[in-house]
Design a binder for this molecule. Structure first.
Ligand code: PSU
Ligand code: MN
Length: 304
């Protein structure tokens, strides 16, 4: 059988030594931000992981091989090549079969990270239950993967383009732990609070590592969603975001955009409607998640 996993040298060494490794996704690069800011962000995310003591493992599929840890050229392909597909868990097999390029979402990054022996993954925001899901059943596969793959996912919550109360209900039903980092208010990505209560909160990377360790020792195989609010100095409060989100959603409906195209379209439209301010917030909150993720990876590695 053809080789499936291709580790960067750094990641392979770190995994062999039990050193801290932090997984990063690639859909945020290929489909979540415009070029060239996406490439700058990808580099900054890797550097931030290193600054806080973890080896970054950006995950992607390139030429039909799963890559765990990328070099500069590979990051540039993801950032600029329009043939890179958005690949959720269900599309991994097909993408490997065709030998194409795929950017991994939260769901596929979780699955591949777990298979590679990586326990922590930092992203921006997760997918969730879309507004109107009672009619079109648009529910992100990220939520399913969180229920069945033991990886800690650090996010700034989920965007208010989604139906956040339904997203939280779904996570509860699917038995996914949702833990606020120093908060009990579920963050809404650009906005540090949504006004929706989450019932568990932890105050340190060590406590999060302990919670995950405990869950794994008990054979609980779900992931763990950490909700880490955007730093106050760069957040865009919900009342300001709401009007913008409403316009973006109306535009999507008018243009008939749906399915896997919807999230990338909304992200791009919001960058336009905020004249780039949302991108500044997106970058900063994602780097803030990378910092926390690296600290959790360090804590887990110390106790292994
Ligand atoms: N939210 C963001 N930025 C992103 C995404 C979500 O703020 O780039 C991406 C992630 O890769 C996530 C995916 O897993 O969108 C969810 O897509 P969908 O809603 O189609 O499941
Ligand atoms: Mn969807």
């Amino acid at each position: 059988m053809k080789k499936i996993f291709n580790y960067s040298r750094d990641v392979q060494a770190a995994l062999g030594n039990g050193d801290p490794v932090l997984a990063l996704e690639s859909t945020i690069i290929a489909h979540g931000m415009p070029y060239p800011q996406n490439l700058e962000f990808a580099r900054e995310a890797e550097q931030t992981a290193r600054d806080y003591g973890a080896i970054p493992a950006t995950v992607a599929i390139l030429n039909g091989e799963v890559c765990i840890g990328l070099d500069e050229n590979q990051l540039a392909i993801l950032a600029s090549d329009r043939n890179v597909k958005k690949v959720a868990t269900r599309e991994i097999g097909g993408t490997l079969a065709t030998g194409g390029h795929g950017a991994t979402t939260v769901s596929s990054t979780m699955r591949l990270a777990h298979q590679a022996g990586i326990r922590v993954f930092a992203t921006g925001g997760i997918g969730g239950v879309h507004r109107g899901a009672e009619k079109d059943l648009d529910i992100s596969a990220d939520l399913i993967e969180l229920s069945r793959t033991p990886v800690i996912v650090i996010s700034a919550g989920a965007k208010a383009i989604l139906d956040l109360p339904k997203t939280l209900e779904y996570l509860e039903t699917m038995s996914v732990p949702v833990i606020g980092y120093k908060t009990t208010d579920f963050p809404a990505f650009y906005s540090s609070r949504s006004g929706l209560e989450i019932y568990q909160s932890l105050n340190s990377p060590d406590d999060i590592a302990t919670a995950f360790d405990a869950q794994c020792s008990l054979g609980i195989n779900s992931g763990m969603l950490i909700a880490n609010p955007a730093p106050p100095e760069i957040e865009i409060p919900l009342d300001e975001m709401s009007a913008i989100i409403d316009i973006a959603l109306k535009d999507a409906t008018r243009l008939g955009i749906m399915g896997k195209e919807l999230t990338p379209y909304l992200l791009g439209r919001i960058v336009e409607l905020t004249a780039g301010r949302s991108l500044v917030t997106n970058r900063a909150l994602a780097l803030n998640n990378v910092e926390l993720g690296a600290k959790i990876a360090v804590s887990l590695a110390e106790r292994a």
